[in-house]
Design a protein around this ligand. Sequence first.
Ligand code: DP6
Length: 358
Amino acid sequence: MNTNSFIFQTNVQGQYRTKWKAPSNIALVKYWGKYGEQLPENPSISFTLSQCFTNTEVSFSEREPGGVAFDFLFEQKKQPEFYPKIQKFMERITTYFPALKRHHLSISSHNSFPHSSGVASSASAMAALALCIVDFEKQFHSDLTEEAFLQKASFLARLGSGSAARSIAGPLTIWGYTKAFSQSNDHYAIAPSVEWHPIFLDYQDTILIVDKGQKKVSSTLGHALMQDHPFATQRFEQAHKNLGEFKRVLIAGDLERFIDLVESEALCLHAMMMTSNPHFVLMQPNTLSIIEKVEDFRLQTQLPICFTLDAGANVHLLYPLQHRIPIIDFIREELVIHCQKGQYIEDQVGNGAKKILV
Ligand code: DP6
């Protein structure tokens, strides 16, 4: 793909203020391994969430040309630990948004979920920031279609954090080239107009907070571990194959196969981390207790609940809305004891980012 098409020939100038709400997402096929400038080694697919989101407001003001310039408030406070990631993101995207060299950005961000909950916030945060930036650009580009707007937002978000590319649209997004979806590519995520089975459109994701601490492995290090990984080739092939199968499963509503695939992807992600050099065991005793209880509960009740994991100890439980009541009862009675401070977050599939009037 010629990425020059993302450099719009427009003279963006003046003051502008905008605010966007971008959701988090949970991957069904996991992105683990990258190359080049934030390009994925394998395609991934995720559910867009709705209750876990970041709200970001940006005020752009014109200044003397130079490097990137911004100030940043998170939850109304200056939090310098976030600056390097934002700085790097802005430097990376300047090629695609040259007006950054002539504007100061005042950024203020808020998460709907506690930052220290162990729920990854970089996806929603980078997506919200990217949307504010493309929104500014759009003011000088009246013929920008909705599709081109979303593509560029996903493209920029990816340069901040790979999984952020999937936090723009919904209910399901695919990032990375796969022969299963004709528009798919490594540069931005797509939300194909496929008739997904309706059961998935309000699918539930209850996030059990097993560990609220800092990530043991940064995503940068984690992805790098796939470079000389002994099982890398097989893993990338498996992800391609699983993605193709997910397409059928998500259209047909085949919950039995959905469960097999989701759990296999989660365990495979952790298997990659456990067999890399250095290795990381990110599951904790409580993670395993939850997995065991979920499997027993599924066997006893025949309810279609399954688990998935990101690069940490927390467990996402996925299940259809129609079974929410018995499953929430089960979570409260059996699983909350495995959560740090009894914390869990109830979320469900959503439709993507939204502009908020300021
Ligand atoms: C395990 O998107 O956090 O959550 O591109 O380095 O920012 P960077 O990585 P990041 O990786 C997420 C990996 C994952 C799986 C996934 O969401 O697909």
